[in-house]
Design a protein around this ligand. Structure first.
Ligand code: FES
Length: 375
């Protein structure tokens, strides 16, 4: 990258307030070593307020509060109120656990614009199995609380082999709950989902059926429910433009204050990322080695550098390149030009076998499993 390529501001700030979470989803995108960050390591209210201010001065306009479960922080209302005062569009990404009527009213008063509520499935059995909690009934109640407070209802459901055949019922449930938006987020295989990939990757037939049913509902429902269908990139031949480009618009601040261009970048070896406790958000965004490393195309291999699609996908995802090809600067193995593409083809081939659901038990995201995997 040259001096004239100075990036624009971090338009999207993701505040990962905590890794604490009452749920234990087998596809969670939090890092598998999340248990290394305890509640004592989390940024305090004052530090988060400073981050919100610094990022807004820089030009951030959207602020997502996520986790873990952000509602376990009892200062959430204070942070939302400050973000609102600063002029952010604010979004809460939640499992619903902890969103009591009192807290919903307080968040409404604080100016929260948007809530995204996650479900794991339409059946109580599978919802509760996948999250390893009894939360299905509570989520239904929370959906009503969200509507009662006048927020648009945005429902999110991570889609994978175990629930993809329920796609019609998932859409019906979104309609019944009065959702305005439904995100059918096909699982991307990072962190806990990567550990469970053979159990979670759907077959091509399942995927095609789900897309067809989704399109039928889109035609039937029109504007009543806007449905986003995120395709799993393993079934593509060109990679996704991950985070819309490294250090381009997204800035994630993890619970302990580490600033990252995406929520899993900390796993990349040989890269250091600053902490908002010691470094200003502006310095992090424009000057840090970690944020500059994969900007532009200077880092790219010849495969990516000479590819006519490089502006469209900027070489795909650095984390996926590291996880699947062992080199963060390699082309994303999802790309059929990648020398490591066979890894993706093999995973996809395994998913096509009839009745191929792996019998290996799912690894659920919990602190004990995290400590065993990453002591
Ligand atoms: Fe880290 Fe794609 S998730 S760059």
């Amino acid at each position: 990258m040259t001096a004239t390529d100075r990036p624009g501001p971090p338009l999207w700030l993701l505040a990962e307030l905590t890794y604490r979470c009452p749920l234990h989803c087998a596809f969670c995108y939090n890092p598998v070593d999340f248990a290394r960050t305890s509640a004592d390591d989390e940024l305090d209210t004052e530090a988060w307020l400073r981050v919100l201010n610094e990022a807004r001065v820089l030009g951030s306009v959207q602020c997502g509060f996520s986790g873990g479960e952000p509602l376990v922080r009892d200062d959430l209302e204070v942070l939302v109120a400050e973000a609102h005062r600063l002029g952010y569009y604010t979004n809460l990404l939640t499992s619903g656990v902890g969103l009591t009527e009192d807290r919903a009213e307080a968040l409404k008063r604080a100016g929260l614009d948007h809530i995204q509520l996650s479900f794991q499935d339409t059946t109580k059995e599978l919802n509760d199995f996948l999250s390893h909690t009894r939360t299905f009934d509570l989520k239904q109640k929370v959906a009503h609380t969200i509507k009662a407070n006048g927020w648009p209802m945005v429902m999110n459901c991570v889609i994978h082999r175990l629930n993809i055949d329920h796609i019609g019922q998932i859409i019906e449930m979104a309609v019944a709950l009065g959702a305005e938006y439904l995100e059918l987020a096909n699982n991307q295989y990072y962190s806990w989902a990567l550990l469970n990939r053979d159990q979670l990757l759907p077959s091509r037939e399942q995927l095609e059926r789900a897309e067809r049913i989704t399109n039928e509902y889109r035609a039937k429902l029109g504007d009543k429910l806007r449905i986003f269908f995120v395709v799993p990139d393993y079934y593509e031949t060109r990679p996704k433009k991950c985070m819309n480009g490294w250090g381009n618009v997204f800035l994630t601040v993890t619970p302990d204050g580490t600033a990252l261009p995406c929520h899993t970048a900390k796993m990349l070896p040989g890269l250091s990322f600053p902490n908002v406790r010691e470094t200003s958000v502006g310095e992090i965004w424009y000057d840090s080695e970690g944020f500059n490393r994969y900007r532009g195309d200077g880092w790219m291999s010849d495969t990516c550098k000479t590819c006519p699609d490089k502006e469209k996908d900027l070489g795909g995802c650095r984390c996926q390149a590291f996880m699947l090809a062992g080199d963060a600067a390699a082309p994303d193995p999802v790309c059929d030009k990648s020398p490591a593409h066979q890894v993706v083809l093999d995973a996809v081939a395994r998913a096509q076998r009839p009745g191929a659901v792996s019998t290996a038990p799912l690894v659920f995201r919990d602190p004990k499993a995290s400590r065993q995997i990453a002591p």
